[in-house]
Design a binder for this molecule. Structure first.
Ligand code: PMP
Length: 414
């Protein structure tokens, strides 16, 4: 497609130096130069409504983070083999938000590293290898996390000691539990046993599946009956996004290990594994874990700023309320056009089925032309994925609906 000269030039330079693994969003990619709140600004100064980024949870360029990071960077930034107080203040505050039995934390820099570490801990603690994942899971980029990420593509080999559970919209709790049981039986038959089940409670890459509520509690019971651990990957649903501070509590399940990432530092690289003491003690007594940048004072300062804002502004509740505004408005429109089908939401994590990948791409690109940024996901790339920063407000929801109505009218004139 025809793109502006500036965009064409950047694309040419990008192609020359960046490896072939990268993928850009949108038929006409957006060059962004700054951001604030839920808005990204392009090189011509035009605002684009960001309804996709789940990292800047408290809003882009939030002063609570900018100021904390700047102050700390000018004072000290080193690793965790010295005594520093900030990491203790933050860890105590973070663990306050978890069930009492989850009382230990280990820091890393990315969700992938934290997934990798949580799986290693589970394998170490159980003495077993097998991992149960969802059929279109994404858990990250390290060799281990990528082997638990079938959504990466057909050539991504899923590890040998892995069994998958095919998640479907509308599935009930009993069906989910039965599928987890057959995955566990399969892993035992193959001689791996069950070390853990790992789930993203919003099943983002499986097509955004907030239901069945309670399904993960049933899945956890099954995994535990086979001697396995329960790992909650909260990289997507965590820190209030799905209307509760942690996605696992929406399902009424108490995990053994929890993986945190993305919004934790509002863009600064910080992630963590929160664990039951007996699991991380068993691992830590034998294995040294040192992550050079993990939990550095500057990233901790960012994370403290994020946690303070989430708590003080009651952002989980806000996400629940605004998510309802989005879901209701989308459901009304789905009643009037065949281009939008099932609407699924938990807080500010919204998925909308479309008739197919082409329709989803047409809506995503139509919105992008109107400077509203969303994306599509799911095994068939046919599910609209809408996930604005948690500070998203009603006026911004109106901007979205106006752009959506215009896009739908364009695609299917009434
Ligand atoms: N788990 C889930 C559920 C994710 O969505 C992601 C990132 N998209 C990761 C893990 C990996 O996180 P990171 O990109 O920070 O390594």
């Amino acid at each position: 497609p025809e793109v502006p000269a500036r965009t064409a030039e950047l694309l040419t330079r990008r192609e020359a130096v960046l490896s072939a693994s990268y993928r850009l969003f949108y038929r006409e990619p957006v060059e962004v130069v700054r951001a604030e709140g839920a808005w990204l600004y392009d090189s011509a100064g035009r605002p684009h409504l960001d309804m996709y980024n789940n990292v800047p949870a408290i809003g882009h360029s939030h002063p609570a983070v900018t100021e904390a990071v700047t102050r700390q960077l000018g004072r000290l930034n080193t690793h965790t083999r010295y005594l520093t107080e900030g990491i203790l203040d933050y860890s105590e505050a973070l663990l306050e938000t978890f069930p009492a039995a989850l009382d230990q934390v280990t820091y890393a820099c990315s969700g992938s590293e934290a997934v990798d570490l949580a799986v290693r801990m589970a394998r170490f603690a159980t003495g077993r290898e097998g991992i149960i994942i969802s059929a279109h899971a994404y858990h990250g980029t390290t060799a281990l996390a990528a082997s638990l990420s079938p959504s990466l593509g057909v050539n991504n080999s899923v590890a040998e000691a892995v069994a998958t559970v095919d998640m479907r919209p509308g599935m009930d709790v009993e069906t989910l539990a039965a599928k987890v049981r057959s995955a566990a039986v399969d892993l035992e038959a193959r001689g791996h046993g069950v070390a853990a089940v790992i789930f993203d409670s919003i099943f983002s890459s499986d097509g955004v599946l907030p239901d069945p509520v309670g399904g993960l509690a049933a899945a956890a019971d099954v995994a535990r009956a086979f001697g396995g651990c329960v790992i909650a990957d909260e990289v997507q649903p965590g820190f209030g996004r799905t209307g509760t501070m942690w996605g696992f509590s929406r399902h009424g399940v108490e995990p053994d290990l929890v993986v945190l990432g993305k919004p934790m530092g509002n863009g600064m690289p910080i992630s963590a594994v929160v664990s039951r003491r007996e699991i991380s003690d068993a691992f830590g007594a034998s294995v040294r874990y040192f992550n050079t940048f993990g939990g550095s004072p500057v990233c901790i300062a960012a994370a403290q700023g994020v946690l303070d804002v989430i708590t003080a502004s009651l952002l989980p509740r806000h996400a629940e309320q605004l998510g309802q505004v989005l879901a209701d408005g989308l459901a009304v429109r789905a009643g009037h056009t065949a281009l939008l089908q099932d609407v699924r939401a938990a807080g500010l994590f919204v998925g909308v089925d479309t008739p197919g990948a082409d329709t989803a791409a047409a809506i995503v690109n139509g919105l992008r032309e109107r400077r509203v940024l969303i994306s599509a996901s799911g095994p068939g790339a046919d599910v609209l994925k809408i996930r604005p920063p948690l500070v998203f407000d009603e006026a911004e929801a109106e901007v979205f609906f106006a752009a959506l109505d215009d896009t739908l009218e364009d695609l299917e004139p009434s």
